[in-house]
Design a protein around this ligand. Structure first.
Ligand code: S3P
Length: 426
């Protein structure tokens, strides 16, 4: 479906956004692993989290959706049952990589399949450490889906230094580690999002330049009540729309303010955005609060390498802010973007070129300069929810608007994106 966006004058009001995708995946997984009933409040309604829910239902987990919460009756240690069919991961890299750490420890074999985008994404990054733990995993040549995970006698704990700053790889190893008597340790040099260690209450040791996270059977999840704050990665689209529209003020309620995710607020503030936080608090170990954003004039800044994993999902929409900010927008050290739902470096560059901007693509990033010379462009989403939303926002800031092809893919993280927009456009 092609969606057409018109130039907007301003935005104002208050939005309540869906639950954080990363925390939602983990809340479902940990509840399914725990023996007994857990409750999850404000679970993400996106397709990706549905892939996680459906996979665990196929593995024998009971999941009931009530008006106020989702109730999960978990199976307990190694208690899952062999699914009747291959598990469909849909578009979700997080489901695939995290569930592999759990399935590697079960007493039956499983096959993981996914959509055409996920089927191209790199899985060697989890197959390597899980195999070191003794897991038996077969993948397609190129280490892509389908993955076939076979039962093994037992997994052995490892000490693993992450070769890439990836919370998904870190989590896959730690989740497998929950099935071992001995302690598995994961060492990270560049911090990535820390929801797994926070939600499981894992011991972490920081020393010098590294953080080490420890997991063993002692940390195996027990039934709990989870409260999922709103997703800051989803909020980022609305934050940037409000910053770049004239005379706008927008309040986003109860958004996750986990310090491994708030880099986007730091970068935007440094670029000149007026952003305030109210009602700051902690629920179940996660920080949250209301974000209030005002229209602001932006200037481009140098984006430090160490913050890249913290803002990795926000880079496409940050680039849109960069187009309207003073000076050139440049992002480097972000080659991880090439392995996301689509190659996000290529996708952003191709779309920005359609506007007549001066775009330079690097192996690990891109730069954008110049001004918009082409009108009413048809952007391509490349089936990637964050590319679709980024260019939807950009279109609303252009004189003649713009269109986005294959816009429906936004439902991966936020099926109600267009409804939320309608509420705030004045
Ligand atoms: C995620 C980690 C990040 C992020 C993804 C969600 C998670 O991926 O891009 O959207 O929930 O652990 P990587 O770990 O591959 O960087």
């Amino acid at each position: 479906m092609i969606h057409e966006f018109y130039k907007i004058e301003k935005v104002s009001g208050t939005l309540e956004l869906p639950g954080d995708k990363s925390i939602s995946h983990r809340a479902v997984m940990f509840s399914a692993m725990a023996k007994g009933k857990s409750r999850i409040h404000h679970l993400s309604n996106g397709e990706d989290v549905k892939s996680t829910k459906n996979s665990f239902i196929q593995l024998g987990t009971e999941i009931n959706i009530t008006k106020d919460f989702v109730e999960v009756t978990g199976r307990g240690f190694k208690g899952f049952i062999k699914p009747a069919h291959p598990l469909d991961m849909g578009n979700s890299g997080t489901t695939t990589r995290l569930i592999s750490g759990i399935l590697a420890a079960q007493n039956f074999s499983t096959t993981l399949i996914g959509d055409r985008y996920l089927s191209k994404r790199p899985m060697k990054r989890i197959v390597t450490p899980l195999s070191q733990m003794g897991a038996n995993i077969e993948s397609a040549t190129e280490y892509t889906l389908p993955l076939r995970i076979f039962p093994v006698e037992k997994l052995t704990p490892i000490q693993y230094e992450l070769p890439v700053a990836s919370a998904q790889v870190k989590s896959a190893v730690l989740l497998a580690g929950l099935h071992c008597e001995g302690v598995t340790s994961v060492i990270e040099k560049i911090p990535s999002r820390d929801h797994t260690e926070r939600m499981l209450g894992l011991t972490t040791e920081t020393g010098g330049e590294t953080k080490t996270i420890l997991a063993s059977i002692k940390n195996y999840p027990v039934p709990k009540e989870y409260f999922v704050p709103a997703d800051i990665s989803t909020a980022a689209f609305f934050i940037i729309l409000a910053v770049l529209s004239k005379q706008s003020i927008l309040r986003l309620k109860d958004v996750s303010l986990n310090p491994t995710r708030t880099g986007i607020l730091d970068i935007l503030s440094e670029m000149g955005a007026k952003i305030e936080i109210e009602n700051k608090r902690q629920i179940a170990g996660e920080n949250l609060g209301d974000i209030i954003v005002y229209s602001s004039e932006l200037k481009n800044i140098e984006i430090p390498e160490a913050i890249i994993p913290n803002i990795i999902d926000e880079i496409p929409i940050l680039a849109i802010a960069g187009v309207f900010a003073d000076g050139h927008f440049t992002i480097k050290n972000a080659s991880e973007l090439r392995g996301k739902e689509t190659d996000r470096i290529k996708a952003v560059c191709s779309n920005l070129k359609l506007l007549g901007l001066d775009v330079e693509e690097f192996p690990d990033g891109f730069s954008v300069a110049g001004s918009v010379s082409n009108e009413n462009v048809l952007f391509e989403s490349y089936g990637d929810h964050r590319i679709a939303m980024s260019f939807g926002i950009l279109s609303m800031l252009l004189k003649s608007g713009g269109k986005v092809n294959n816009f429906d893919c936004v439902s991966v993280s936020n099926p109600d994106f267009l409804i939320q927009l309608k509420k705030i456009i004045r």
